[in-house]
Design a protein around this ligand. Structure first.
Ligand SMILES: Nc1ncnc2c1ncn2[C@@H]1O[C@H](COP(=O)(O)OP(=O)(O)O)[C@@H](O)[C@H]1O
Ligand SMILES: [Mg+2]
Length: 355
């Protein structure tokens, strides 16, 4: 059973804490991403799972076995690094076979498994090449084959796509996901790229300052962010401060009152944060001066969409849904124009009060 369980995992370096507390359950065959900004503790967490870093506290359990104190080679993990880390003086086949040699797998079986792993990543025709004779994308596929060939219970990848250009990144992303699903690999994938994590994962773990902020599916995180950090990191979001002065009425710090989703008992004395996705905000030319009307402060044309910043009584709101849609003869709103904003009240979600 290729399950992975992390319990209260923590890593301290002197007075500073790289990973404060990580609890996580990864099911057999599940693809889970660790997503967070640079420095939040992703690599440290992954290396504790692989056995390259010893935790200050907590446990790592792989396939039901506590491996917290086991050396890397005794953990049944396969790891892929951002830098590929191929041996330059070894051929592709030798690189891929290295882990099997270390595990004392006999020559005949080794050759067969190396061939199979190279077939999986579609590199069987390049087995005798050296790393320097390969493109970046091919080198990364060799690194994938090298991790897969040992048939690990848990597959670990640390930003494996970040050295590839955008087009190749999108291709290799699909290849990794297809391979993972075909082989039913239990996978922990580290990235700072939210698109990558949303596109590839069964579930995501959002990490900030060494702490888990939220665990869930892409939809959970996007539609129901647990806090302002998740709302702002996963997709773009207007995060607005104020108070819910009455059910469905949110008073911004600047005094403007806007509609929001119902949240049980309103308490005008408690400071709250509201999350409002820019694609839920319809922006149009105002027909009257009542409703939510503000002034366009910037318009950025991005091809597939246009971003409008609107000053609403001193609060900046980002909107990307012009109404009616552009391109039907209506002149695009410009900086300095008056604009009306509208959204379904439920689209403006109150976030849990910060502790
Ligand atoms: N060997 C180390 N000694 C001291 N601090 C470290 C060490 N390794 C990492 N850190 C610190 O721990 C934090 C988390 O690092 P890391 O896990 O590499 O983050 P990420 O992979 O999310 O970018 C960072 O603040 C980093 O500077
Ligand atoms: Mg890292």
């Amino acid at each position: 059973m290729g399950t992975l369980k992390l319990e209260g995992l923590m890593k301290r370096y002197g007075a500073s804490t790289a990973v404060e507390h990580v609890d996580l359950d990864v099911a057999e065959g599940e693809f889970v991403s660790l997503l967070g900004p640079s420095g939040c503790g992703k690599t440290t967490t992954l290396r504790m799972v692989a056995g390259f870093i010893e935790p200050s506290a907590g446990r790592v359990v792989i396939a039901g076995r506590d491996v917290t104190r086991a050396p890397p080679y005794a953990r049944d993990t396969g790891m892929v690094f951002q830098s590929y880390a191929l041996f330059p003086h070894m051929s592709v086949a030798q690189n891929v076979g290295f882990g099997l040699e270390m595990r004392k797998v006999g020559r005949a079986e080794r050759d067969e498994r190396v061939r199979e792993a190279l077939r999986l990543v579609r590199l069987d025709h390049l087995a005798e090449r050296f790393p320097r004779e390969l493109s970046g994308g091919q080198q990364q596929r060799v690194a994938l084959a090298r991790a897969l060939v040992v048939k690990p219970a848990v597959f670990l990848l640390d930003e494996p796509l970040s050295n590839l250009d955008a087009k190749l990144r999108a291709e290799v992303r699909l290849e990794i996901r297809a391979l993972q699903q075909r082989l039913g690999l239990t996978t922990l994938f580290v990235t700072h790229d939210q698109d990558e994590a949303l596109a590839m994962s069964d579930r995501l773990v959002v990490l900030a300052h060494g702490r888990v902020q939220q665990v869930g599916t892409a939809e959970d995180l996007y539609e129901r962010p647990a806090n302002a950090f998740v709302a702002g990191f996963v997709g773009r979001c207007n995060v607005l401060a104020g108070t819910e002065e009455a059910p469905g009425r949110f008073r911004l710090e600047t005094g403007t009152v806007i509609p929001c989703g119902h949240d049980g008992a309103a308490n005008p004395a408690t400071q709250r944060l509201l999350a409002l996705r820019p694609e839920r905000v319809a922006i149009s030319r105002p027909e009257r001066e009542d409703g939510l009307v503000g002034t366009v402060t910037s318009v950025t044309y991005l091809g597939a969409q246009t971003e409008y910043h609107v000053d609403l009584g001193g609060t900046d709101i980002l909107a990307i849904r012009p109404t009616p849609p552009e391109g039907d003869g209506l002149r695009r709103l410009a900086s300095g124009d008056r604009a009306a904003l509208h959204w379904e009240p439920a689209a403006a979600r109150l976030l849990a009060s910060e502790e």
